[in-house]
Design a protein around this ligand. Sequence first.
Ligand SMILES: Nc1nc2c(c(=O)[nH]1)N[C@H]1C(S)=C(S)[C@@H](COP(=O)(O)O)O[C@H]1N2
Ligand SMILES: [Mo]
Length: 197
Amino acid sequence: MFGSLFSKSRSEHSDRVPPGQHLTNGFPVLTYGPTQSVDPQAWRLRVWGLAKEKTFTWDDLMNMPQHDFTADFHCVTSWSKLDVQWWGIKVTDFMKHVELDPKALHVMQHSYGGYTTNVTLDDFQREENFFAHTLFGEPLPAEHGGPMRLVVPHLYAWKSAKWIEGLEFADREELGFWERNGYHRRGEPWAEERYSL
Ligand SMILES: Nc1nc2c(c(=O)[nH]1)N[C@H]1C(S)=C(S)[C@@H](COP(=O)(O)O)O[C@H]1N2
Ligand SMILES: [Mo]
């Protein structure tokens, strides 16, 4: 009878917590290296490789359709946070402004500060993936990747580049920062794709 007074218990959410993960209520910050400080008006997103080279500004992205997204967030170090609320731009909407070479099969995400992470084009161009500029109703804090980051909810969170500044399209797989350092090339949490063998 008191059930409605309390938020759902952890066990009721167990079907949303991948194997080997535990829930956290806070939102930990996980960054390799220093937090980047990028002013939105100076922020740029460049596309190159097997796509017609093009540079997007903050206003370019603000003029694309804006949506709210609720997504679970799984860090490979074993914490998961459910129902993170973001605002931003769908990757599929953004990609309408990119002229892709049909030979493109992979994407390297590049961040201010030098972080990189790779995904296949199929994992990148999913309906639920987005560029985020707002977190729980506030401008995305710098430590969480503001002013703009990518979020790829179906993969471990290291595949969601903070301070995104570049998308490099290629026909072959190259490995990003963590992928070169022992982490899995794909990183699907339900399959526990944590490390490369
Ligand atoms: N540029 C950049 N992006 C990054 C990282 C990073 O170190 N640098 N860390 C990744 C990892 S391992 C995780 S778990 C998430 C953490 O995001 P958060 O700090 O917003 O929780 O960002 C990912 N994106
Ligand atoms: Mo992570």
